[in-house]
Ligand binder design. Sequence first.
Ligand code: PMP
Length: 405
Amino acid sequence: MIDVQKIKQDFPILHQEVNGHPLVYFDNAATTQKPQSVIDALNQYYTGYNSNVHRGAHALADKATREFEATRETIQKFLNAEHLEEIIFTRGTTEGINLVAATFGKAFINEGDEIIISSLEHHSNIVPWQMLCEQKGAILKVIPVNDNGEIIFEEYLNLLSDKTKLVSVVHASNALGTINPVKDIIREAHKIGAKVLLDGAQSSAHLHIDVQDLDCDFFVFSAHKVFGPTGIGALYGKKDLLNAMPPYQGGGEMIKEVTFEKTTYNELPYKFEAGTPNIADTVAFRHALEYVNELGKDFISARENELLTYATEQLNAIDKVRIIGTAAKKVSVISFVIEGIHPYDIGMMLDARGIAIRTGHHCTQPLMNRFGLEGTARASFAVYNSLEEVDKLVEGIKRIIKMFG
Ligand code: PMP
């Protein structure tokens, strides 16, 4: 039996008071906090072996390279990718999607082709495709959602055609928590020869990810949502596909040979990793994933489900609260509105009691429009949160409703 208090001890930031109250951190979908092991890894890198990777002929560069590449191996196992070179370091989910839009888009998207996304997408899985469509004269199609915030699968099937070249969907929604039926989405897309990208920004911390079992063509995620540092993430792509795609940025590291007449490109994964990478954060990323592996995804998701179920029951019991996003399968995100009270005011008033939630459109404006809302208040839970903290949230909400009469 894992002791939750013990888990909380691993996260130094959680032991502080905010506005005179013990911090309750419920903004985990925006970014998670970092365990001491991740903070230590950053410190050790800069105090012990800061050096540029891959090129050095000295001990520090060798150690930096080994630590840097060890993270790639850990990510390979974390995603169950078949080949190590299928793991490309990026700045995060956003850059991963932009990389695919720029390079897969350049090679494989032509005028009249169609790209399918869903109504649940984060702006980072909308805008790069709009930009690409504009460039190429391609067409963006959107799978609608029902009132529970679940995609309407028949509508997806109707959108698929021989013009569809790519389906790019979120694995789990940051705004509503909905877990998409990605295996079914992928199977249907593959039947007509389209490729599929999964936005794993929210799923990677909560769900078992097995890219071979899912059979997705691309999977992108960010370290900072999985207890790791900001500014680093990964793109998984099937090897043959990555090999068939042109490079992303040009510069050092991504080349084999350069002359003024012609440049040849490096092999995977380096072909997509131009310039000096974010070494310190990459090194620390491994420690974040090891932290998750030690707890185990089964434990993490059981704990988070308990928090989600409890919070949902408690909020449903309050008359003026309406939960937005009532899908049957959700990650631990609970979006809600309170009749007559602006989400921003909810956020401010909870903050006054040390409770950190997020308010607004959550970078999903089209989804908010679908529900006729400007935004919601969102609490999102991680494994270090407790039922007692949920009680504080519920008590805070009741107090706000009372104050607003
Ligand atoms: N997609 C989803 C579902 C997200 O939640 C986020 C982060 N809020 C992103 C994409 C973008 O991730 P990042 O800002 O780390 O690139």
